[in-house]
Design a protein around this ligand. Sequence first.
Ligand code: T6T
Length: 357
Amino acid sequence: MSSKRFFSVFSLLIVSVILFTACGPSQTATQAPATQPPGGLPPTTQAPATQAPATQAPAMAVKIGFLAGTNDPFYTTMQRGAAQAAADLGVELVTQIPQNWNVTDQTPMLDAMVARGDLSFLFLAPVDSQAMIAPLQKASDAGIPMLTVDTFIGDGDYLNGPVTFPLSFIASDNYLGGQIACRALAEAIGKTGKIYIQNVRPGISSTDAREKGCEDVIKAEYPNVIIAGVDYNEDDASKAQAQTDAMLTKTPDLAGIFGTNVFSAQGAGTVVANKGLSGKVKVVAFDATASAIEMLKNNPVDLVIAQKPSDMGYLAVEMAMAYMNGVTSIPVHIPTGYAVITRDNMNDPNISKFFYK
Ligand code: T6T
């Protein structure tokens, strides 16, 4: 255990001991306080040993903070998983969801969560792998143990990388996801033709890795497939639509599109459908939202890659509790896997259980 982690565990233990001592049952009734003045209350007027003082505070639930990336079905599904774990383990989940995917929205929410002073643990999806390091370092220095879900800071290697203060990283293997997506897309277009990537913004660990996985698989396995362009939509479906529209106008022989997340795929699929290009321009969508599944059913989308956000949330709370209960072997990286959804398997309950809710 690094000395920083040792000290976090150590300070947690100290805090628990202090809290336990302060709130211990009937302490004032059973022990003669050392500070009792001589000639204080006669023994007969003291509260009986079995009776708790009327003013004793009720036991407080442990509170775990969850700071999402933004308001989308991926994170609401993650919140559901986390809430389930919190209910199962008898802790309180305190959730904050930034309206937009950016550092300016996420940082003040993080600061406010730290300032509350009552969160024992924090898990979050940092919206930028570099820009969120300093704000999170500040939270860690304030004594809050944390782990990241979905996205990482630094290079994601919390053991040997440049950033080691988060305890764990629980997420999909996004590079693999990009490879799965673009292999399927290349196959869907007959291994020949132009494809286009609708992405969010450089600097986000998850979607950067999906783009890279896509590019690498095309380069390595499909010599006749060309990546004709990449656009960044700032996690805005309308922007994704406008960019896809412009791309289709500029490249009328475009054969396929990879939408790397909820709003990218939603924007791309909508334009393909509106232009009457369903089936002609193939679309692979990351994230199993209701809209992606609808587009899979009605054609513009050919493949949907479901992550497991509910598992991420559940495991994050479990790991937080394990850590607070003294477990010292928290896995530094927990990959959660995918379900690959096609028109053929979408009605199978073993697959449809991965649709985001
Ligand atoms: O794809 C997810 C998430 O994995 C990614 O990091 C950001 O976008 C989503 O939240 C979906 O909108």
